[in-house]
Design a protein. Structure first.
Ligand SMILES: [Zn+2]
Length: 403
């Protein structure tokens, strides 16, 4: 399995210069070939693929000598990234029919965004010891050790963040010690008031880091806008602003990691709604809360951790009426469409339903139903650690109240 380990590098001065040079050269190559591809297409309707670019790069390196000073993999990976950007663009163009998500490859800017380059392992050019990372052309770079790096290195991406910190993401092929199998399954209703409510009744509060840090953010933005372009105060203000954003991201990522890890450890099958976050964010009143909740990131975490630990994440269609359906009798109560209605008594069976918990139970039931409908014995076996016949799942569905 592949896992990325992130460490903060503490390069010495000459290493710092070389990292910046590598990032600059990678950007130069990307932009150079993007321009070339665009020009060739306009003048001769010709496309230039990765291999053709790669051949031209060899020639370019003879012409532009400073390109030879940096890691050759950084430059090659730049070409690969460009190729991927083109492929994604055309794949999206074919698929989208008017509604496009992926734009045309853009030129990389020198300022304002995070910058990086990637290098690959060949013949031991990259190594890790206690608190040192050996990189091509760079030698040993020190780093702060926060976790054990295990496995075989595949590649390393070196990033300079907005506020000038250097981070290496070391991608390794590694064995992950799997969590023991458990029999528990869970349904999750993701929300705004609470981050999530689980089918077992657990409520996880929404930390809303963005909102709590809003004052600090506003202050930092204000300070920046008052500085003069090109002044050293402006640089300082920029760093301060980037730091505030970084702190929010770190707090939120930490929260998401802890929550997703715990849910994966404690449960075998996790069912949740397939959110169309992009659509929901268009609703501006909710937009800040939704992007603050970063559900997409959370679901991605659950998904890749489920692969590590043989768990199943099952999504339930967005149009499944999870809130309105009574979990006890299946009656659909249209009154529950009103978001303010937090609890309700079922007109059909008289049972008392807490809005979110009821929704979570329905999501669990629907998820389990979909899993049996897919019916691959492999999935059912992996999910529960042993082979479980569809009837057992069926029994669980009945127990969850969705027969
Ligand atoms: Zn009912």
């Amino acid at each position: 399995m592949q896992k990325a380990f992130k460490v903060t590098l503490t390069p010495n001065h000459s290493q710092e210069v070389l990292i910046n040079k590598s990032i600059g050269c990678a950007r130069f190559v990307y932009n150079h070939f993007l321009a070339l591809r665009q020009q060739l297409y306009l003048t001769e309707q010709k496309t230039l693929n990765y291999n053709a670019c790669s051949q031209q790069l060899t020639l370019l390196k003879k012409e532009v000598e400073w390109l030879q000073e940096v890691d050759k993999f950084a430059l090659q990976n730049s070409l690969r990234n460009l190729e991927t950007a083109y492929k994604n663009f055309f794949a999206d163009l074919k698929k989208a029919k008017g509604k496009r998500n992926v734009g045309f490859p853009k030129f990389k800017k020198k300022h304002g965004c995070k910058q990086s380059y990637k290098t690959n392992l060949t013949n031991g050019n990259i190594q890790v010891i206690q608190n040192g990372l050996k990189l091509p052309k760079m030698g040993w770079v020190k780093f702060h050790k926060s976790q054990d790096i295990t496995g075989t290195i595949i590649n390393v991406t070196v990033t300079r963040t907005n506020r000038g910190k250097y981070i290496a993401s070391i991608l390794c092929e590694t064995e992950i010690e799997k969590y023991p199998q458990v029999a528990q399954n869970i349904g999750l209703d993701l929300g705004i008031k609470s981050y999530l409510v689980a089918s077992n009744g657990e409520v996880v509060d929404n930390p809303k880091y963005y909102r709590t840090q809003k004052r600090k953010l506003r202050k930092a933005h204000k300070k920046l806008s008052r500085t003069v372009k090109g002044s050293s105060n402006r640089v300082k203000a920029k760093i301060k602003l980037a730091l505030t954003y970084e702190r929010i991201t770190n707090l939120r990522d930490d929260f998401l990691h802890k929550l997703s890890t715990r849910l994966i450890r404690e449960n075998s099958i996790i069912c949740l709604e397939d959110l169309r976050v992009a659509n929901m964010v268009r609703n501006h009143k909710l937009a800040l809360s939704i992007s603050d909740a970063s559900w997409t990131k959370f679901i991605t975490m659950l998904e890749y951790k489920s692969v590590w630990h043989d768990r199943v994440v099952q999504k339930v269609g967005t149009f499944y009426p999870s809130s309105q359906t009574c979990n006890h009798c299946g009656f659909i109560n249209p009154l529950v469409k009103d978001l303010k209605l937090r609890e309700w008594s079922c007109p059909s069976c008289n049972s008392y339903n807490l809005r979110d918990k009821n929704a979570a139970l329905n999501i669990l039931g629907e998820g389990l139903r979909l899993l049996t409908a897919v019916g691959t014995p492999e999935v059912i076996k992996n999910a529960c650690g042993e082979f479980v016949s569809p009837e057992v799942i069926q029994a669980e569905i009945v127990e969850a109240g969705i027969a």
